[in-house]
Design a protein around this ligand. Structure first.
Ligand code: SF4
Length: 388
């Protein structure tokens, strides 16, 4: 069985390479495969489609053209360049790795797979991609696209989320990857999974260079949606944890309150709008403001929004609140209130920056979880500074 699989893998090498060499999508990092470009593009491509990455990549290398500029970039600027891509730890790891390359490798990216693996944020897949594409080393890559093609090719129904399954495939690929063009082979396999043996919908088997060898094709996968969805097989994941949040867009004199999240945990060090745990009703927000002694001119619900992280779902409800007076130095003692809510509101407005929406757009990296509220702000007619 294992030998048969190896034989099939061996047979696809020339077919895939000549298919890719004849025709593939143009990408700047493909036509300029410098180690730095391959690295940055591969990290971006882990979370976003090629079309979306093109713009981010161009801007990123314009601002940070090399390893040195990445190592010394201000974290806020880096976060701004990464804004909208999500998985912000990946950007932080890029900077950490750039510093290590600067200090321990004289600013030159290591070419050895094992050395690459030592860098933060570089796992087997990225190390394989850099080593093979930028340095011509015979190291395979195994990503979602590659797994889909190979599992269909050999009609293998094992769970692709299992490390053992990936490891064995990698070991087999290592035996057949062509020494003379490892980067071409890896890119061909990934490209086939991205544009022919596609993740959603039916595979385009009639256009596939390896269709004659494919077991799933023989079983009729190109016309059977249910079969196509079941291969490759992934064991169901645990359900995501759900969290409710109330997001506040406090406005004062044309400026909106934003603050920095803590140094640890989800979206660490990113900017956010003030938020409280739980989905509060308008009447509860009114009560909260009253009890905290915050007077306001306007309180408008912004509706609900949902954001999905890999392991958590945020269910949010938002409010736009135009404050009167100085909210930060509110004289708590002057108000005859029940005191237990005071600390909540104090915390909510403590250490906040007040900025115009334009400045927030330009200078602050707000994670995409909050973008829906930035947009809703425009919908209710608020663009900053003007009263509606
Ligand atoms: Fe995928 Fe069809 Fe090609 Fe098989 S023949 S690898 S199922 S596109």
């Amino acid at each position: 069985m294992k030998e048969q699989r190896l034989e099939v893998f061996q047979d696809i090498v020339p077919l895939l390479c000549s298919w890719f060499e004849k025709d593939h999508r143009e990408m700047y990092w493909r036509s300029h495969p410098l180690p730095y470009y391959v690295w940055i593009s591969e990290i971006m491509l882990q979370q976003t489609r090629v079309e979306a990455v093109r713009g981010y990549f161009a801007q990123f290398i314009k601002e940070l053209p090399d390893i040195k500029s990445l190592a010394i970039v201000d974290t806020d600027k880096l976060m701004k360049l990464w804004e909208g891509l999500g998985y912000y730890n990946r950007a932080k790891n890029l900077k950490k790795a750039a510093n290590i390359i600067l200090e321990e490798y004289n600013g030159i990216m290591p070419s050895e797979y094992k050395e690459l693996l030592k860098l933060p944020g570089i796992g087997e897949y990225t190390a394989g991609a850099i080593a093979s594409i930028a340095f011509g080393q015979a190291e395979p890559v195994v990503d979602g696209n590659v797994l889909r093609v190979l599992m269909r090719l050999t009609e293998n129904h094992e769970d692709i989320l299992k490390e053992k399954v990936k490891r064995e495939l990698r070991e087999d690929l290592k035996k057949i990857i062509p020494e003379e063009k490892p980067g071409i082979f890896n890119q061909a396999l990934m490209e086939l999974g991205a544009v022919v043996c596609v993740p959603n919908g039916l595979p385009k088997c009639s256009k596939c260079p390896i269709k004659e060898l494919c077991q799933a094709k023989k079983q009729g996968i190109e016309t059977d949606v249910v079969y196509a969805q079941s291969l490759p097989f992934k064991a169901p994941k645990k359900e995501r944890k759900k969290e409710d949040w109330t997001v506040f867009l406090f406005e004062k004199d044309g400026k909106i309150a934003v603050g920095k999240r803590g140094e640890k945990g989800l979206l660490a060090n990113m900017w956010e709008f003030p938020m409280l745990s739980g989905c509060l009703k308008k009447s509860e927000v009114e009560l909260l403001l009253y009890e905290a002694g915050l007077s306001f001119e306007k309180l408008e619900p912004l509706g609900k929004a949902k954001h999905i992280f890999s392991h958590i779902e945020w269910h949010m409800t938002g409010y736009f609140i135009r404050l009167r007076g100085n909210p930060i130095v509110a004289e708590w003692a002057d108000y005859p209130m029940e005191r237990e809510l005071m600390p909540v509101l104090e915390d909510l407005l403590k250490d906040r920056c007040w900025e115009t929406p334009k400045m927030i757009e330009r200078e602050y990296s707000l994670p995409s979880a909050f973008h829906v509220y930035k947009e809703l702000l425009k919908k209710i007619g608020y663009t900053g500074g003007q009263k509606n």
